[in-house]
Ligand binder design. Sequence first.
Ligand code: HH2
Length: 430
Amino acid sequence: MAEEPERRAPSHRYGARVLEWDDLAEIAREIERTESDPEGVGIMTRKGRVYPVRLNGVSLKASPLLKQELLSVGGDAAHARGIADHSVASSGVLLLATWGQYRRLLPKLKRQPFGLAELAGEVDRALRYYVARGGRTVPLPHRALPLGDRPRVMGVVNVTPDSFSDGGRFLEPTAAVAAALRLAEEGASVLDIGGESTRPGATPVSPEEEWRRVAPVLEGLRDRSPVPVSIDTRHPEVAARAIDAGADLVNDVEGLRSEAMRRVVARTGAGAVVMHMRGTPATMQADVEYADLRGEVFRALADATDAAIAAGVAPERLLVDPGIGFGKSAEQSLELLVHAGEFRSLGYPVVVGASRKSFLGTLAGSPGPADRLEAGLAAAVLAAERGVALVRTHDVGPTVRALALVAAAERAARRAPATAGTLATDAADD
Ligand code: HH2
């Protein structure tokens, strides 16, 4: 008779458990629980997480030096194989280092040639912006917008006959004003009013017609909205009149690419959501090929915000948005959503609009916009977890309730460790 194999439960003598953390405070608290030396908590916290930083176009001369310097502080850097045999002129580089290793690397790089000093400044800023948490207030012409204290919601009201999810519902101004005020009551921190559909292939609307649609709604909200109002427009003349009529933000799906739009925003002191879109709503789905989707969107947003600042727009009034669904396939929209946190490296609050969009239908199997609430809530939670400051949605009440859980989880993660003093991230003593 065959012998029964011996059955033994696996050993859990040490309770080996892989920990999940994100926030430095969380790492410090876990290290404290080992009853480690308080000084060690600070030192080890800075070793508790690797921050991968992606760079483009690092020269043949700079790449090996960068790798060598990073290896010397205990990190590493990936670059093109062709750097070694000089078959390429430049390379994309991926830096892999802990906070402490960056703090030792960056001063060294600042003394190096071949553009490494400038590169160090950029890496330093990206890291600081990425880890920066906490609330701030965006100054706006009529009302201020608090952001960053918790994930907040931008409620959408489209005063159009043809918007993809709410077209025709709010063409009557009193209905639109009532709907917007209801969204504010449900917890929206901004109301986004649009008079032109920008869904793929939508018929463009003249600025006159767009203004005819939105003017009475803005007028109705001017003294009644408890929260800032944003005008969703690509037309500078509509933006200027809207700000005069009480709007605080310009939500421009063309990312302030028009010089006239940049001038309007600069002159009025309005805030601006700079969204990424290649081409126009009529043409954007014709070419959805990207060699490096996130890299290209990042570069375009960096260029657009730089141009806005050069035109006189105050950086603290800018927000950025990767433009989900605008010239992107369903998979590309998903990629931008799950990596939305990377855009925080630009230093501006990140906005994401996924609500009811077709990629949710494609990926979650919900055919019509009306069936996409649950997938939209999941998208909002994914975005908020990644540090997106403002989620644009048609479904305000449910989204506010879903994001309250994300806010509670964040508060718990950021609870200060007992040895808070040791967390001064600039100390270079690891
Ligand atoms: N999406 C739409 C419109 N404006 N603005 C920002 N910043 N981000 C977005 O993702 C975004 C946006 C499209 O949605 P909707 O307004 O509901 O539809 P339509 O363009 O058909 O009116």
